[in-house]
Write a protein that binds this ligand. Structure first.
Ligand SMILES: [Zn+2]
Length: 393
């Protein structure tokens, strides 16, 4: 038994398991391209002590981020500027060293620079993304972050007054190595800002499509606080922030509290241990209801979107053999095939609007309901109906 990365507990129980046909991010060139004979199993479990959810150690879907080049330039939320403003409120000056861990293509560092920060360093393991971020003029360490890199960075650059780590911690196998590295790197008066998806939202909304092979760990507020406190960081303030159809946890921590008599503004978990134990059964009931509705719907079946959230959804609901076509305008996907139970063609919105004259649209765009509406209203005159999946919860 591998101990819990947050509380070191050793009692785990099954959370959610599903299968997928390939790792995320793989698209096929032709309808004849081979799909793996055996689907991959995605197995997750939760810590009975602190509620941390993780992929079962030893059975994780291992990804090599050095070769991944998916940028997140379009993923900067509207509250990012509030996060940047909070740095000044917490005493981070324009000339102070700021390190971003998981700097991606430099999107957030550029926003920091626009806000006046001049001394910015990024850490990014992807070769391609590191080159792109460095192209914006930042010093980028093209490595994975942990205690080892932290000690080298302290000797090379000194201790940063602020560390930013957005949507990175949930991807790493050894969470404590990353958070202890942050505590070791941070200046004594410094602040660490960490942002992760809020799994309370996934559980309460039954959004299993957000459970993803790239995410090794799934945090709720309680397990994130436990991890920080066991890593030498003191969480001061937490918030929940909606972004499209998801919700994130934002946590500001310091090395030592400024004043012992100011209670930190932390958050309680919203969902309970019983909700964790019941998640799989709720999902299975929902998926069976949805499959029954889809079985009765006219064909072809067209699902909106071909990104990981849609492929997760189709894999996990058991609709992976039912969709005839996916709609996606991303050039990496359109014209290719999605590896589900068979190679499913991916068409652009324009192609779908010009050719589909019967059947059913499955509204799986999730963060982009306006896109679904546009497709559905254009095809409605031909008698094409639509199904909104989560209406079957
Ligand atoms: Zn735990």
């Amino acid at each position: 038994m591998v101990a819990c990365g947050a509380c070191r507990g050793t009692q785990f129980a099954p959370f959610f398991q599903a299968r997928e046909w390939t790792q995320s991010g793989r698209y096929l060139a032709s309808a004849q391209s081979a799909i793996s004979a055996e689907p991959i199993k995605l197995l997750t479990e939760y810590c009975r002590q602190c509620g941390l959810i993780r992929q079962v150690p030893g059975a994780e879907v291992r990804l090599d981020y050095t070769g991944i080049s998916r940028d997140t330039a379009k993923q900067l939320p509207d509250y990012a500027h509030r996060v940047i403003a909070s740095m000044a409120e917490l005493g981070v000056g324009a000339d102070d060293l700021v390190v971003e861990i998981g700097a991606n293509d430099g999107t957030f560092l550029r926003a920091m620079r626009e806000a006046g920060y001049k001394n910015l360093i990024g850490v990014e393991p992807s070769k391609d993304l590191a080159v792109r971020a460095a192209g914006s003029g930042f010093t980028i360490m093209n490595e994975y972050f942990g205690r080892s890199l932290a000690s080298r960075m302290v000797s090379q650059y000194g201790a940063p007054r602020a560390i930013i780590c957005r949507h990175t911690l949930e991807h790493v196998p050894d969470i404590q190595d990353m958070t202890e590295g942050m505590a070791a790197l941070l200046a004594p008066q410094g602040v660490a800002f960490i942002e992760v998806p809020d799994t309370d939202w996934v559980i309460s909304e039954l959004f299993a499509h957000e459970i993803w092979d790239e995410h090794v760990t799934y945090f709720r507020s309680g397990s994130l606080v436990t991890l920080l406190q066991n890593s030498g960081l003191v969480p001061l303030r937490m918030e929940r922030a909606r972004f499209r159809d998801t919700r994130n946890l934002l946590a500001w921590s310091v090395r030592a509290p400024a004043s012992a008599d100011t209670p930190p503004a932390l958050l309680d978990d919203i969902t309970t241990a019983a909700d964790l134990a019941d998640f799989q059964a709720r999902w299975d009931r929902f998926a069976a209801n949805l499959r029954a509705a889809v079985a009765a719907a006219p064909r072809p079946l067209v699902a909106v979107g071909a990104a990981h959230i849609q492929l997760n959804f189709l894999n996990y609901t058991g609709l992976d053999g039912d969709v005839d076509m996916l709609v996606d305008d991303d050039p990496v996907k359109a014209g290719h095939y999605a590896p589900l139970a068979f190679a499913v063609p991916i068409r652009t919105t324009t192609q779908v609007l010009e050719t589909v004259r019967a059947g059913t649209v499955l509204r799986t765009a999730f963060p982009y309901p306006g896109w679904e509406d546009r497709i559905c209203s254009a095809l409605a005159p031909y008698g094409v109906d639509s199904i909104k999946p989560y209406n079957f919860k």
